[in-house]
Design a protein. Structure first.
Length: 145
């Protein structure tokens, strides 16, 4: 009987030792906990962060960086718009506003509750060539803060 109990104890102890986390698992767990941490940020902080990220991305895009890789890294969608066709209502409004006032500065607009649009007009010889439109989810911007 003692032999059986000793064997069971050895088996239980050895099984419990096998549940240690690897360094990669620990890092993934820490990252997940950080992402789930509650953050209190105001609308102004969100807009400022979206504006700075948009400006940074447009500078990278001016250097002919691969658009797909940039979109994956920043968790956003990026389009260069030359006409108002196939745009959402808010994007169409922005494009038309830039056509009317092409010297306007870049800006952030709210599109619904969960989407922010960064827009930057591209001018050449006082003519609007197109507008960079970068769509961010608010959640992605908050994670960057």
């Amino acid at each position: 009987m003692r032999v059986i109990i000793c064997c069971l104890l050895i088996l239980i102890v050895s099984a419990s030792c096998e549940t240690k986390l690897t360094d990669e698992q620990r890092k993934a767990l820490r990252d997940e906990m950080k992402d789930r941490k509650i953050k209190k940020v105001g609308p102004e902080e969100i807009y400022q962060k979206a504006l700075s990220e948009g400006r940074k991305l447009v500078k990278e895009l001016a250097l002919d960086v691969n658009l797909d890789s940039v979109q994956q890294i920043c968790d956003c969608s990026i389009t260069f718009v030359e006409s108002a066709e196939t745009l959402s209502d808010k994007q169409s409004e922005l494009f038309e506003a830039y056509k009317y006032e092409p010297d306007a500065a870049d800006n952030i607009q709210k599109d619904g509750d969960e989407l922010l649009i960064y827009s930057k007009p591209i001018m050449e010889a006082d003519t609007l060539q197109g507008v960079w439109m970068i769509n961010y989810k608010k959640k992605a911007i908050v994670k960057m803060l």
